[in-house]
Design a protein around this ligand. Structure first.
Ligand code: ZN
Length: 427
């Protein structure tokens, strides 16, 4: 017996390892949070009540009114923690992950063609766009990528990567940014996410450096960026499709009941004792444990849950007012932090905004704005939050800005490809 055991160890140790299954740390992480802080339970339950109220079939009007069908923009900051060059993943690897997210969350993933026919009609388009943040919480221009050497050999699901004192980096304001930490994780854990309602300074997603994106030094079965798609699903309130229980409930109506998780690549139909019909498990759902190549769908019900978090007064509503994904900052100078810098207002005919700095009122001249063809003017603060909107109904509009706090503001006039932007300093 002993020799057989030794042989097995040698076999798997020298020749290879047992086939790797997806390991997601989120369920255990949430349980650990609740054990250390039982009061979180009522917070989680309140958020769940809000989600249920918004997604209830009788309440679709409220859903439309709060998040409508607009594209939700999520500025992302990537915290790369590395001890060696391999862990210091490239910008290209990071961008490859952003591309996957923007496909998977907009029903643009090419492999949606592999969704079995009976499930195709319930494929959901989350209409969520992710971008690397272009402005940091202090109003400075940023690449959206932070890199930091760490002396830690690896991190665990105890959130060490989120604190400077334990070799990590602190979160950016999680009301306005999705924080993603990239690091080496212990054992074979691919990633984990905070459930909605966890502490704001811990809020975000953690992904192993070798399971992030599609380019780079990646684990073969997890090299298509689906670990981040899955974990961000958790960050947006989804739980695993089998409800983390034998024939459990994932709180989504259109995902079939499953006995357990699936791994590897299953063949349709895959039936279990609790399958509601002959279609069986939705093993290709992003919230199952299949290999990256075999996941390709969120359902309409899952999308409703995710978008409900952005509804009025709900946890992630502040993202709706963010403009940190807007291309206007790509061409802007680095934003300065104080209002002490005197800078003439940029003047591009036919639009002028003056004076800058401004103390009380600013004048906007927009020759193409008339009562018949009004232009919309939006004013954003330095972290990208919209603070003011005004319809311009005539060539010259005077705005009272005396109530604004000191700082730099972005003025955006017009819509679509006709946008004019400039900055104005409030003193
Ligand atoms: Zn998971």
């Amino acid at each position: 017996m002993k020799s057989l055991f030794t042989f097995a160890c040698l076999f798997f140790g020298v020749i290879g390892t047992v086939p790797a299954q997806r390991i997601c740390g989120t369920t255990d992480y949430k349980q650990a949070l609740l054990r250390s802080n039982p009061s979180l339970n009522s917070i989680f339950q309140n958020i769940e009540k809000q989600i249920e109220a918004i997604t209830h079939p009788a309440n679709t009007r409220a859903m439309r009114d709060t998040t409508s069908n607009e594209i939700i923009h999520i500025p992302v900051v990537i915290h790369v923690l590395y001890k060696n060059d391999v862990e210091n993943i490239s910008d290209a690897q990071i961008q490859s992950q952003l591309d996957i997210l923007n496909n998977d969350y907009n029903l643009l993933n090419a492999d949606r063609a592999n969704t079995p026919q009976p499930f195709k009609s319930i494929a959901g388009n989350a209409r969520i766009q992710f971008c690397l943040a272009r402005v940091d919480p202090r109003g400075r221009k940023t690449s959206g990528i932070e890199r930091k050497y760490t002396s830690e050999n690896y991190f665990t699901t105890d959130d060490g990567m989120k604190m400077v004192a334990t070799g990590g980096t602190a979160a950016w304001d999680s009301k306005h940014y999705l924080n993603i930490w990239i690091c080496k994780l212990s054992s074979r854990t691919l990633g984990y996410a905070t459930p909605p309602g966890a502490a704001a300074d811990m809020d975000g997603v953690v992904i192993a450096y070798d399971a992030f994106g599609t380019a780079g030094n990646l684990r073969p079965l997890f090299n298509k960026g689906r670990t981040a798609t899955h974990e961000i699903g958790h960050w947006l309130g989804l739980i695993h499709v089998w409800g983390d229980n034998d024939c459990g409930d994932d709180l989504v109506n259109d995902t079939p009941t499953q006995s357990a998780y699936n791994f590897g690549c299953s063949t349709f139909p895959k039936l279990s004792k609790c399958s509601p019909n002959s279609n069986g498990d939705m093993f290709m759902n992003f919230m199952d444990f299949s290999d990256d190549a075999c996941m390709n769908i969120f359902t309409i019900g899952q999308v409703r849950r995710m978008r409900a978090l952005f509804a009025q007064n709900n946890l992630r509503n502040a993202f709706l007012a963010s403009f940190a994904c807007d291309s206007i900052l790509a061409t802007a100078d680095p934003l300065t932090l104080t209002g002490a810098v005197s800078r003439p207002a940029i003047s591009v005919d036919p639009i002028r905004v003056y004076p800058s700095p401004v103390q009380y009122s600013a004048t906007i001249e927009c020759k193409t704005a008339t009562a018949l063809t009004p232009k919309t003017m939006d004013l954003f603060n330095s972290v990208g939050m919209k603070v003011f909107t005004q319809k311009l109904l005539q060539e010259k509009t005077v705005l009272n800005l005396s109530v604004l706090v000191t700082g730099i503001y972005i003025v955006r006039i017009g819509e679509g490809g006709e946008k004019f932007t400039t900055r104005i300093i409030k003193q």
